[in-house]
Design a protein around this ligand. Sequence first.
Ligand SMILES: [Fe+2]
Ligand SMILES: [Fe+2]
Length: 404
Amino acid sequence: MASELTDAIKAKIERLKRYQAIELHLSRVLGGWMPGIAKWEVKKQVAYHLWENMEHSRDVRTRLWELRVTNPDRGVDPQLIAAIEQLALAQHDHEAIAGIYQVWKPALLAAYENYVATTFELYDYPSVMAIKPLIARTREQIAWSKRAVEEMADSGEKRRQGQRWVQFAQDLLKAIGGIDGDGEKSALPVPLPAYGMLLPFSEAKRDSRFTIAIASPPAPEDSDPLAYLVWQFSNYVQEMQAAETLATTLWEVRGIEWEFYYDVARHCWDEVRHSELGENRLNQIGYHIADFPSSIGSYGWRQLFDPAIRYCALTYIIEAGSFKLKHESYQRYLQQNDLESAQAIMYDIMDETMHVRFGQKWVPDLMKHYECQESLDEYIEKCRQIVATHSVAPAQRSAAQSKA
Ligand SMILES: [Fe+2]
Ligand SMILES: [Fe+2]
């Protein structure tokens, strides 16, 4: 009897360990796909969800810590992670979304509901408290995806591809014994014919509303305040590329500690908010983002380098080098009594301060992960040279050169 009870508690804990791992690795697949999603609104929402999933993962891990599990990653079935990574094999963005949101997320939702309904309610109530908000948010994610996939899969051929992919996603889930892992397990299904891995994307995708540009335009003459405002906020829109660089980093960096993914997911979503901050300000003054070319060159050049260099270049050089211009802009908007712009810049400065700290926290670990031999200072200097010679944004290049 005593051992039956211990087994029941252990089984609950094992389930929670799987949930936090599923949220994490679904975020990684979403991150890998995010640059490859064409539709702007879907791309933004996916970035939000990959952060939301990491918050779910954190909430479950916090509860696991209370349950005396100090390392929730230890003992998670490697087949579970392998199955989730197979979801990245989709060939089209609508397939990637459908497999995650219309197969795995509904199964995860059912598992959360079942956990809450069947656990020892009084003794394990903190788990119920942790999981209930996840149920509501997962339900919202699924509802959003129905509309998104309907819009994206807009032909008979795409719908047929989608159905075949959904079946594959179901087969993957079945092979690992379902979300809770208590069903019959088998070898993972063979990938669909001609479905090779497209990730990581070397080029960021945009939808048909946008004209594509490689570089960003230089700052206009100081004497024209409106031109400066439009330049600055249309440049903010292009920070989508920073989000895309970070998103693919989530996918590409395998086997590093959980907290790295948590910080990178937050960083990624922040950059989408910066892009939206630009979009919002342009809308307020009568523009639409598609009135300006959409740059993809910054994402493109960064993909030429490994994730450690990319992340160091972004945080230590590009973000750290952006404060001078931002503080000057802040003062300029205050003088013009443009408080809306000033406020946007000040919130951005605070986010960027945190991003630079993320860089200081993780670059040394990434260097170790990628077995870099240089000292930290040498490595940062190498990244500065890379930005100075490769960046397609004139403001970034000159900031990097001025400190070289
Ligand atoms: Fe930013
Ligand atoms: Fe940033």
